[in-house]
Design a protein around this ligand. Structure first.
Ligand SMILES: Nc1ncnc2c1ncn2[C@@H]1O[C@H](COP(=O)(O)OP(=O)(O)OP(=O)(O)O)[C@@H](O)[C@H]1O
Ligand SMILES: [Mg+2]
Length: 420
C-alpha cells in the first residue's frame, strides 16, 4: 500500500493569496494521519489536492511511487483514476436511491457479485449502526445518519487510501466518541492509509498515528500525537493542542510569570541562546500545588478561582498582573485570595524564541516524550519536527514518519538557525 508524498505543494485559488504554501509531507503507508488546524488554514484544500479534485499550482504529489500531480511536468491524474475513497464535509448521497442502494453503488461499479455485495453492505451497515434505516431515502435521514451512510459507502469498497474531511462533525458527542473508536478499529483491520481532516485537537490526538498541524497554509509541525503534545515545535502548536491550553508568558520584565520562567530557564542555556527567548510555557496539568522537588521551577501565586470539572480541578492563579491555570486531579479546597506555592519540573517547561519557534537547545531530560531529546540545534529542521518513536502503530505501518525536506513554516519565516 502507498506512501503519500507531497513535495513543495502550493495552491492559490485566484490572485496571489496562497491557500497552501510550500507543503512538504510524507504520509507513511498505513498511517492514520490527521490534518489539524483552525478554520481556513488549508486542510480541505490539501485533501482535495490529494484526491485530484483540486490541482496544485506548484509542486508534486506522488502516491505509492506513482506520480499523480506535477506542475513542472504538466502532469495530472484525474480523481477517478486515483482509487481513493472520499468523504467530504458536504457529502452528496444519491437522493433517488435507498441507503442500502447508495452503499452498494460502489460495489456494483466494481462488478462485485450479488451475494458478496449483500454480505458486505449488511456488514458495513451494522458496523455503522444504520441497518434499521437501510430501506429509507437520504431525505428521510438525520444529518448524523446521512454522514454515516457517506462513511459506509466509502468503507464498503475498501480503498487503499481513505480521505475524510471532518466526517464526524454532524454527530452528537456520544456517537462521535463511538465512531472514533469504530474508525480506529476499521483502520487497524483494513490497514488503509487514512488522511483525516479535523479542527478538533482532541479528535486528532485520540485517532492519529501522525498529526500535521497547519496554520495559514503553512505546515507548523508533523509528528506523532505525543511528540506534538510534549514537544510543540512552535507557540502556535503549543496553544492549539491541549485543553485547557498551555500557559504561555512573554519573557518580559513587566510580566511576573514570564520573567520568573525566563529567569529559571535562561541559566540552562548558553548566553546567545538565552538572548533569543521570546516566551516560556507550561501546561496547566504540569503545574503542581506545593514547592515540588529541589530544582523545580517555583512561584508564589494567589488563588483567584477554583473551577471543578467533575474529574479535575482547574485553578486560576494570579501573580502580579499575570494569570495562569493549573489542573489538579484531586479535589482542591482553597479559598480565593489564599497564597500558595506552585511548581513545575524543568522538563515540563517549553521555551520559544521571538518568532515563536521552539528553542530545542532547552531540552532537559530528553523532553519527556520518550523521544530521547532533539538532535542538533534548531538550525536542523528535522530537530524541530522531531517524531516520537514511542507511539504504537498498526500492523504494517512504518514506525513513525518524517518530514520530507524542510520545515515549511520555519523556512518561510526565515527562521532557520535563529535559535542556534
Ligand atoms: N474554491 C475556492 N476559491 C477561492 N478560495 C478558496 C476556495 N476554497 C478555499 N478557499 C480559501 O482557501 C483557504 C483555505 O481553505 P480551506 O477550505 O482549505 O480551509 P480549511 O482548513 O478546510 O477550513 P475549515 O476548517 O473552515 O473547513 C481559505 O482562505 C479559503 O477562503
Ligand atoms: Mg475544510
Amino acid at each position: 500500500m502507498p506512501d503519500i508524498v507531497l513535495r513543495g505543494i502550493d495552491k492559490s485559488y485566484v490572485s496571489g493569496q496562497l491557500a497552501v504554501s510550500n507543503l512538504n509531507l510524507t504520509i507513511p503507508d498505513g498511517a492514520f494521519m490527521c490534518l489539524l488546524g483552525p478554520s481556513g488554514c488549508g486542510k480541505t484544500t490539501t485533501l482535495r489536492m490529494i484526491s485530484g479534485l483540486e490541482q496544485p499550482t506548484g509542486g508534486d504529489i506522488e502516491v505509492g511511487g506513482r506520480l499523480l500531480d506535477s506542475v513542472a511536468r504538466g502532469m495530472f491524474v484525474p480523481p477517478e483514476k486515483r482509487q481513493m475513497g472520499l468523504v467530504f464535509q458536504s457529502y452528496a448521497l444519491w437522493p433517488h436511491l435507498t441507503v442500502a442502494k447508495n452503499v452498494e453503488f460502489g460495489l456494483r461499479m466494481q462488478h462485485v457479485g450479488a451475494a458478496e455485495r449483500r454480505r458486505r453492505v449488511t456488514e458495513v451497515l451494522e458496523v455503522l449502526r444504520i441497518s434499521e434505516v437501510a430501506g429509507r431515502y437520504p431525505a428521510q435521514l438525520s444529518g448524523g445518519q446521512q454522514q454515516r451512510v457517506a462513511l459506509a459507502r466509502m468503507l464498503v469498497v475498501k480503498p487503499d487510501v481513505l480521505l475524510l474531511d471532518e466526517p464526524l462533525s454532524n454527530l452528537d458527542a456520544q456517537l462521535r466518541l463511538e465512531m472514533r473508536a469504530e474508525l480506529k478499529r476499521i483502520h487497524a483491520e483494513f490497514g488503509s492509509t487514512i488522511v483525516f481532516v479535523t479542527h478538533d485537537q482532541l479528535e486528532a490526538m485520540t485517532l492519529a498515528t501522525h498529526v500535521a498541524v497547519m496554520n495559514t497554509g503553512l505546515l507548523e509541525q508533523f509528528g506523532s500525537p505525543l511528540a506534538i503534545y510534549n514537544r510543540p515545535a512552535s507557540k502556535f502548536v503549543a496553544e492549539f493542542v491541549g485543553s485547557p491550553p498551555m500557559n504561555l508568558a512573554p519573557a518580559a520584565d513587566d510580566d511576573a510569570l514570564g520573567a520568573s520562567l525566563r529567569d529559571y530557564v535562561a541559566p540552562r542555556l548558553d548566553a546567545a541562546q538565552a538572548a533569543t527567548i521570546g516566551s516560556v510555557g507550561v501546561r496547566p496539568e504540569n503545574v503542581h500545588l506545593g514547592a515540588g522537588t529541589p530544582g523545580d521551577w517555583r512561584i508564589r501565586a494567589t488563588v483567584r478561582a477554583i473551577l471543578p470539572t467533575g474529574s479535575t480541578w482547574v485553578v486560576r492563579l494570579d501573580v502580579g498582573e499575570s494569570t495562569f491555570f493549573l489542573v489538579d486531579f484531586r479535589p482542591v479546597d482553597l479559598a480565593p485570595g489564599t497564597e500558595v506555592d506552585c511548581s513545575a519540573a524543568p522538563a515540563d517547561l517549553h521555551v520559544f524564541d521571538a518568532d515563536g519557534r521552539r528553542v530545542t537547545a532547552y531540552d532537559p531530560a530528553g523532553g519527556g516524550d520518550g523521544a530521547g531529546g532533539a538532535p542538533g540545534g534548531a538550525a536542523d529542521p528535522v530537530a524541530v519536527t522531531d517524531l516520537s518513536p514511542a507511539i504504537p502503530t498498526p500492523a504494517g505501518a512504518t514506525a513513525g514518519g518524517r518530514l520530507d525536506g524542510t520545515d515549511a513554516a520555519g523556512a518561510a519565516r526565515g527562521h532557520a538557525g535563529a535559535t542556534a
